[in-house]
Ligand binder design. Structure first.
Ligand SMILES: *Cc1c(COP(=O)(O)O)cnc(C)c1O
Length: 415
């Protein structure tokens, strides 16, 4: 876990000062104990339902983190052929993988059919047709679940971003029954399930439960049509605490789900991402310069928007704390910014920090949608990643080298 020990922030007992000395900065640091704790919270809350908990790989796709979850018994929710390659490389059995996303290519479908994944979460009529054709060509049958858009009332739950009529995800609720009938007539598909995913960082589970209620209505209608589903996938979306949010109580959520699934022969699948990794990681960075202005002060750090994009992209808030607590040092109100040539390159604004130039900072809650959204903007090598397991830090992604960054272009230079 991540806490102060003798005034120094530590991950599973290892001081971040030591990690910075060994691996350099910027660097993502994860707690294996926190990953396990988050997974076990789901597993124990839903124990009575024996669910397939598919970690949403896009939240954090590092091979060692995927391996950690695979060893705990997790399945995986992927959104690309690249993510499939990752989960297989991490040792996950293919039959625990569900494949989401609106734009699956033929090559990706082939890859997933050859691997033998658990299920394709199909998001459109034309995707069904393509999948049927690809499966036919390979002499395979494709297991299919339709991602249904439950159109949960936005007025009561305005923060939902993917479960409403007017977005690109899923099949409209009103059309789903007809699409299922059409799907059932396609020769190379096995209709096995239904799924939805209505949004991310939800702090209230009511919309998730409302969405499940809508799916259950549809499931009963489909049974009347002779289409009997094996599983219901309730998606991901549970929020975490970045600052003062109250994250949903997983046990209370599980109780409401269990109540609804009681007496039904339906396997439960879910796709949590952020809530399994978000608070298990920090981004460790060093203050390169303190720049004190007349109106505003800046802490210019060695991490930037290319390392952690969420503040720039969504104006997301991440806690930022000094790695070493220094007694008697006055706090300064600073914007914590990176070296990138964009005004949007900030990690936090107006933070009161008792720091000096050269100090280490930890950007908190950076385990989800941090490293996976990183880029090479400004020709910056992507950060190293370290996993602390049983008090031992282990490098799980080497810092990129400049040679690696140039390689794909250097060979193509003209004389
Ligand atoms: C992103 C995503 C998830 C995970 O969402 P979180 O908010 O990180 O839990 C699950 N399912 C699908 C289809 C997704 O796109």
């Amino acid at each position: 876990m991540i806490d102060y020990q003798n005034h120094t922030l530590a991950v599973d007992g290892v001081p971040l000062t030591q990690i910075a000395d060994t691996f350099g900065t910027p660097c993502y640091v994860y707690s294996a104990a926190a990953l396990t704790g988050a997974f076990e919270a789901y597993r124990s809350a839903f124990a009575g339902l024996d669910p397939l908990i598919c970690f949403a790989v896009k939240a954090n796709s590092n091979l060692s983190i995927l391996q950690h979850f695979a060893r705990l018994g997790a399945g995986f929710d992927i959104v690309s052929g690249g993510e499939l390659a990752r989960v297989l490389a991490a040792g996950s059995p293919a039959d625990k993988v569900v494949f989401s996303g609106v734009g699956k290519s033929e090559a990706e479908m082939e890859m997933a059919l050859q691997a033998g994944i658990h299920c394709f979460n199909v998001e459109s009529v034309n995707e069904l047709a393509r999948l049927n054709a690809v499966a036919g060509r390979l002499g395979k049958r494709a297991p299919v679940s339709l991602r249904v858009n439950p159109d949960v009332d936005a007025k009561t739950h305005p923060y939902i971003s993917t479960g409403l009529k007017d977005n690109k995800f899923g099949i409209a609720f009103d059309e789903a029954r007809a699409v299922y009938k059409a799907a059932a007539s396609l020769e190379h598909l096995d209709i096995v399930g239904i799924d939805c995913h209505i949004g991310s960082q939800l702090t209230d589970v009511s919309p998730l439960v409302d969405a499940l209620d809508r799916l259950l209505v549809l499931i009963d209608q489909l049974a009347e049509d002779g289409i009997v589903l094996e599983h219901v996938d309730i998606g991901g979306g549970l929020g975490i605490r970045y600052t003062d949010e109250t994250p949903p109580d997983i046990a209370a959520y599980a109780a409401r789900v269990a109540e609804r699934l009681a007496g039904r022969q339906l396997k439960l699948v879910m796709e949590p991402g952020r809530s399994l990794v978000g608070n298990a990681g920090v981004l460790l960075t060093r203050v390169e310069y303190l720049k004190l202005g007349q109106d505003k002060h800046f802490a210019i750090v060695d991490a930037a928007m290319n390392d952690l994009m969420r503040p720039s992209l969504y104006d997301a808030y991440h806690g930022i704390v000094p790695v070493t607590q220094k007694d008697g040092l006055a706090a300064l109100t600073v914007d914590v910014v990176g070296p990138i040539c964009e005004s949007s390159d900030f990690l936090g604004k107006n933070r009161a920090l008792a720091i000096e130039q050269g100090d280490l900072l930890a950007v908190l809650s950076a385990g989800a949608y941090g490293s996976t959204m990183s880029s090479n903007y400004n020709t910056r090598a992507r950060a190293a990643e370290v996993l602390v397991e049983d008090g031992q830090p282990r490098l799980i992604r080497r810092r990129e080298t400049l040679d690696e960054l140039l390689a794909n272009e250097r060979e193509l230079l003209k004389d």
